[in-house]
Every structure is written in structure tokens, then in C-alpha cells.
Design a protein around this ligand. Structure first.
Ligand code: ADE
Ligand code: ZN
Length: 329
């Protein structure tokens, strides 16, 4: 019998580069003779002071990912890690900006390496991956348009969504509407980081201006009860990453995190890791922390996983397969 920690899990919010094992990035830096020692501490962990510095360290780490083969290695390593924590389905954020400067030709090559690694990882570790193309907010609306063109042109079975990460306080969500509309017209489902740093106002913009179906984090909505009702009425699912929020000091500790209150109010919440090695987390640790802080047990996590697979952006056949695997445990 599986415990709540070893049970099969669904993860909806994972940045592929943000999940890069530090040892892999160090190895690639060594192979390419790039000096990025400053982003690691003596124990080989990523080190940063605050969110702005985190984004800079993140971008420095990605600077060693310069060819499709690097993304093959990255994807395989990340999926092996996720699978070791029981993840059977993951939606990973993929950023064309880090794959040939968001140019369509190179993007296709990088994507094909990522897909090949995902197919190999599925065979080896039983984990299913789908991709959500993401633009990076602080790179600005022009770069975002290029990312959304990459998304629209490669939309299909594997690329099933479009989203936005990066510095949430840079501009407003609707500055990026063109890209979101282009992605939506190509059949992609929509999520955006909102209510991680930008408060309820950013959530309002994501819901009313972008018409997002899911929100990355979204947790600061807890500060506005009317908006919480709106999320419930619209059936919006939150991709909550408690360990990330605590590591970035948005909340002082897990007990102060609003995930349990939002869930009790009726908001659809799910649990993800965001950028696991940066925040010293993984899905096992997330479940353990939630269990410890709020007394959640196997039934609670099982229902969270059901919420997550229902809100997944993949096709129904994939959902049905994953639901069967969740039910079998
Ligand atoms: N990109 C990677 N991690 C992120 C986060 N927590 N917020 C916004 N953008 C990100
Ligand atoms: Zn994120």
C-alpha cells in the first residue's frame, strides 16, 4: 500500500530549466569552459538573495544550455527526478527564449530534442510529460510575441498550453494580450503567473484581461474575498507551489501559507514544485510539509491529484490513462 508520500502524483507547474539539477549545469559549464561558479554555494546548490537575484541566477544557469542535445539531457534528467518522487504526469514550462532566442527554426529543433527525451523518459520511468510554452514577462511584449508564435506553430498533442513567467510586477498582464490571443487561436490553453508577487490586482488582470483558465501560484488572491468567489465561479485552478513561496519569503512558513484556507473556501488548488533544486524541494517534500502543517492525508492528496488531472491541458485520452493509474494505487 502506497503512503501519501510515495503515491502517484500529477504536477502542473514546473519550469524545465528551473528544475535543472545543479550537477548537470555544472557539468555542462565545465564541458563548455563557461565560468558560472558564482551561482553556486560551497555545497553546489544554487544561491540567490531574493526574487530578482533568483531570476538572474536562473538565466545564468540556462546560459550553458546552448544546443538541442543539452535540452535532451536536461529533460531526461528532470523527468527521472520527478518520476523518482512519484510524478506520473507533468506539465513543464518550456521557454523558446532559452532555445535559440525564440526563433522558430531553432525552436523546432530544440523542441524535437525535448520531445525525444520525454518519449525516452516515458519508456524508462513511466512519466508522461506535456509542454506549456512560456514567454518571459520581463523580456517584454515583443519577445513574448515571438514566443507565442513558436507556441502557435508547434501547438498539438505535446505542446498543449501557453503561459507567462518572469517578473510579475513588470508591466501589466494585458501588455501581452496579443501573444495570448495568438496562442488561444492556435488551440492552446492558457495559464499565467499571477498572484505570486503582484497581489489580487494581477490576478484580476489575468482573469478579466487575459481570460486565463489556470493561474501560476494565484495565492495572493486570498487577500480579496470577492475575487476568491470569482475564481470559484469561473472554475479556475491554481497551480500552487508552497515550497517556492516560502523559499522566496512570500510567506514566512508553510503554516502561514493560504493553500489550506483557499481549498476550504472551495478554490481548486493543486500542488507543484516550480523550480525544485532552487528551492530545495521536490514533490515528496511538498506533500510531507503540507501533511505536517495541515494534517492532510492520502485522501486529501488523492483528491488534489484528481483536481490537477482534470485541469491538465492535455487531450482526454491522456487524462483517462492517468486517471486510471491514479485510481489503481
Ligand atoms: N520562472 C521560474 N520560476 C519562476 C517563478 N517562481 N515566478 C516567476 N517566474 C519564474
Ligand atoms: Zn513558476
Amino acid at each position: 500500500m502506497q503512503s501519501e508520500f510515495t503515491m502517484p502524483k500529477v504536477e502542473l507547474h514546473l519550469h524545465l530549466e528551473g528544475a535543472a539539477p545543479p550537477a548537470l549545469i555544472q557539468q555542462m559549464a565545465h564541458e563548455k569552459k563557461v565560468d558560472i561558479k558564482g551561482i553556486f554555494d560551497q555545497n553546489g546548490h544554487y544561491v540567490f538573495r531574493d526574487f530578482t537575484h533568483f531570476l538572474a541566477v536562473y538565466e545564468a544557469a540556462t546560459s550553458v544550455l546552448t544546443q538541442p542535445l543539452d535540452f535532451y539531457r536536461l529533460t531526461r534528467a528532470v523527468l527521472e527526478q520527478s518520476a523518482s518522487h512519484g510524478v506520473i504526469y507533468t506539465e513543464a514550462f518550456l521557454s523558446p527564449d532559452f532555445c535559440g532566442q525564440a526563433e522558430l527554426g531553432p525552436w523546432r529543433e530544440y523542441l524535437s530534442a525535448i520531445q525525444e527525451a520525454a518519449a525516452d523518459a516515458e519508456k524508462s520511468f513511466g512519466i508522461v510529460m506535456k509542454g506549456i510554452v512560456t514567454c518571459i514577462r520581463h523580456f517584454g511584449p515583443q519577445k513574448a510575441k515571438k514566443a507565442s508564435l513558436c507556441a502557435a506553430e508547434t501547438a498539438g498533442d505535446f505542446i498543449c498550453g501557453f503561459g507567462m513567467g518572469g517578473a510579475e510586477t513588470f508591466g501589466v498582464q494585458s501588455d501581452y494580450l496579443y501573444g495570448f490571443d495568438m496562442a488561444r487561436e492556435a488551440g492552446l490553453r492558457i495559464t499565467t503567473h499571477a498572484g505570486e508577487w503582484g497581489g489580487p490586482e494581477s490576478v484580476r488582470q489575468a482573469v478579466f484581461d487575459l481570460n486565463a483558465e489556470r493561474l501560476g501560484h494565484g495565492v495572493q488572491v486570498a487577500e480579496d474575498p470577492h475575487l476568491v468567489d470569482e475564481l470559484i465561479a469561473r472554475d479556475i485552478t491554481l497551480e500552487v507551489c508552497p515550497g517556492s513561496n516560502v523559499a522566496l519569503k512570500i510567506y514566512p512558513d508553510i503554516r502561514s501559507h493560504p493553500i489550506a484556507k483557499l481549498r476550504d473556501r472551495g478554490v481548486k488548488v493543486t500542488v507543484s514544485t516550480d523550480d525544485p533544486p532552487f528551492f530545495h524541494t521536490d514533490m515528496t517534500k511538498e506533500y510531507a510539509a503540507l501533511s505536517h502543517a495541515f494534517g492532510w492525508g492520502k485522501e486529501d492528496f488523492s483528491s488534489l491529484n484528481k483536481t490537477a488531472i482534470k485541469a491538465a491541458f492535455c487531450d482526454t485520452a491522456t487524462k483517462d490513462t492517468i486517471i486510471k493509474r491514479l485510481d489503481a494505487e
